[in-house]
Write a protein that binds this ligand. Structure first.
Ligand code: TPP
Length: 583
């Protein structure tokens, strides 16, 4: 059939099962928006207030559904505004297709109005990108874009399409299978012989006495939750997760130790530092989880399974490195290993865990006029019974969320890991709500990050999205303030934040706004927000200068963690812990 380039774009999007597109129009993408009028019954277009948020929402839509997220923008400033969102998707391996309009093909290279070399700009932050100047190439390019984005290690693909290409006609047949020379979704690592590697892995597992599994997001992307749980339960090996690996195994599972790394719980890092075997599954040994590589898990052998060959031996040398999907590899490995348990090792870990629990800030009884962010996280968890999707921003609140919310549902935390993109929470909640319309969705942001995404309140209202927004207001760029306190001798530079009256701000957008300044109020407003059938913004006014502990300072080793101060309440003291500073 004959279609315009613009129609080809919408047809391909629909063919890939995505019926929500996050975008913002402009001159160079006008033909595609014009064609949208005829697709309105099949495609829901969400008009965001900034293109960055279109990309972030598309990213979260992918994480919530497993379907490719799609965002759209015009040429020049529209396209460059996508950049942060694409970099975010690249770092966190999210399948996103970004479609941008480009100036007409005869104008390319002439510095025409709103022309930017967007393929040049996004080359390092996309898995692949295309400039389409001939409509005959468009059907194939669109099919490839979706295929590349979703296959192997997922990632963002940008398709920049000249305005005239969108207008011209082309013969179109849906393309159902893509073969590309030079692209293999899973590239083998050297000449790997999987049966031999699996046998070697089995031997290392048999020999281990203090093993730990390091579980990452690859398990989610490969939809390997069931295979993973079977492996964990048969092997009896405790699991530490990365930030993005949270949700691969319920956090109330007895073998789930919880999050590792810079702000992982101390006992988890102690277990890793003392392990004799690390089994890394779908994770990439980011510096936020390893600390100093020279001293990282010095006595541990390493089995590393990843879909991306480039990750094996990149940061941590592997004794056994296997390139493949975690699902396939575990299906083969689990039957090979023996059912075991590690009572002595678990006893040791539990001793460390008890020490961690004794230092917990939740043990401290708060005065009536005081609220701490960890208490807010715990209250949201208790009130929702963990039955919700949470999208967090970046900063201290993000780390407290990981520590004080117990994640029991598959993939329930959507957060910006690799890039650490402030302003993520609200657009992510928008994307997640479209992906999981029946779920309760919370956006949790700091006062800094939230101020980067305020305009999206209008999108929430326009789309009538029932999202609960929690702003943890400490009047600081908290995480940066913490670094300045601990590493720059308390010299605060550009971290104090004036904030608007968030409740009135919500009201200005026609949204329900509430505030809490102590624990009792916090619980009350969470309850009321959940009962309210519509979006709610809650400002939690928290103590300004509390720190996230434990913390592995940059360059330090896992066993050089700055621990939580021993809580004085347990010792019959007052609120001194607030002032007690780490050394
Ligand atoms: C776009 C962007 N700019 C700057 C940073 C650096 N940064 C990391 S955390 C942080 C502070 C976040 O403050 P806030 O949003 O108030 O959250 P809090 O840490 O107080 O919970 C900053 C500025 C970032 N991660 N992203």
């Amino acid at each position: 059939m004959k279609l315009t380039g613009a129609q080809v774009i919408w047809e391909t999007i629909l063919q890939h099962g995505t019926n929500v597109v996050f975008g913002y129009p402009g001159g160079a993408i006008l033909p595609t928006y014009d064609a949208l009028v005829d697709y309105q019954d099949r495609v829901h277009h969400v008009l965001v207030r900034h293109e960055e948020n279109a990309a972030l929402a598309a990213d979260a839509y992918f994480r919530a559904t497993g379907k490719v997220g799609v965002c759209m923008a015009t040429s020049g400033p529209g396209a460059t505004n996508l950049v942060t969102g694409l970099a975010n998707a690249m770092m966190d391996s999210s399948a996103v297709v970004a479609i941008t309009g480009q100036v007409a093909s005869h104008l390319v290279g002439s510095d025409a109005f709103q022309e930017t070399d967007v393929t040049g700009v996004t080359l390092p932050i996309t898995k692949h990108n295309y400039l389409v100047m001939d409509v005959n190439e468009l059907p194939q390019v669109m099919a490839e874009a979706f295929y590349i984005a979703r296959s192997g290690r997922p990632g963002p693909v940008l398709v920049d399409i000249c305005k005239d290409v969108q207008q011209k006609m082309v013969d179109y047949e849906p393309i159902t299978s893509v073969q590309m020379r030079g692209y293999r979704a899973i590239k083998p690592h050297g000449r790997q012989n999987i049966p031999t590697l699996l046998q070697r892995a089995k031997e290392l597992i048999d020999q281990a006495r203090r093993p730990v599994i390091l579980a990452g997001q690859g398990i989610k992307h490969g939809n390997a939750h069931e295979e993973f749980r079977a492996f964990v339960e048969k092997s009896g090996i405790p699991v530490a997760t990365t930030l993005l690996g949270i949700g691969v195994l319920s956090e109330d599972h007895p073998l789930n130790l919880r999050m590792m790394g810079m702000h992982g719980e101390a006992y988890v890092n102690q277990a890793i530092a003392n392990a004799d075997l690390l089994i890394a599954l779908g994770m990439r040994f980011d510096d936020r989880v390893t600390g100093n590589l020279k001293t990282y898990a010095k006595n541990a052998r390493v089995i590393h399974v990843d879909i991306d060959a480039a990750e094996i031996n990149k940061n941590v040398p592997a004794d056994v490195g296997i390139v493949g999907s975690v699902k396939d590899i575990l299906r083969e490995l689990t039957p090979m290993i023996e059912k075991r348990s590690y009572p002595t090792w678990m006893e040791q870990i539990n001793e460390w865990r008890a020490d961690t629990k004794a230092r917990d800030v939740l043990n401290v009884e708060l005065p009536d006029d005081m609220l701490l962010a960890p208490h807010v996280m715990r209250a949201i968890w208790e009130e929702t019974k963990g039955e919700c999707t949470i999208c967090t921003d970046v900063g201290q609140h993000q780390m407290w969320e990981t520590q004080y919310f117990q994640h029991t549902r598959k993939n329930q935390l959507i957060t910006s890991g690799g890039l650490g993109t402030m302003g993520f929470a609200l657009p992510a909640a928008i994307g997640a709500k479209f992906g999981r319309p029946d779920d309760e969705v919370w956006a949790i942001a700091g006062d800094g990050g939230f101020q980067m995404s305020i305009p999206e309140l209008a999108t929430v209202m326009q789309e009538n999205l029932n999202i609960k927004i929690a702003i943890i207001n400490n009047n600081f760029l908290g995480m940066v303030r913490q670094w300045q306190e601990l590493m720059h001798n308390h010299r605060y530079s550009a971290v104090e934040m004036w904030t608007p009256d968030f409740v009135k701000l919500a009201q200005a957008y026609g949204m329900c706004g509430m505030r809490a300044t102590n624990l009792k109020e916090a619980r009350e407003v969470i309850r009321r927000a959940r009962e309210h059938d519509g979006p709610v913004l809650i400002e939690f006014v928290v103590e300004k200068e509390t720190n996230v502990f434990p913390m592995i300072q940059p360059g330090k080793s896992l066993n050089e963690m700055t621990r939580r101060p021993i809580q004085p309440a347990a010792l019959g003291g007052g609120m001194e812990f607030m002032k007690e500073k780490a050394h």
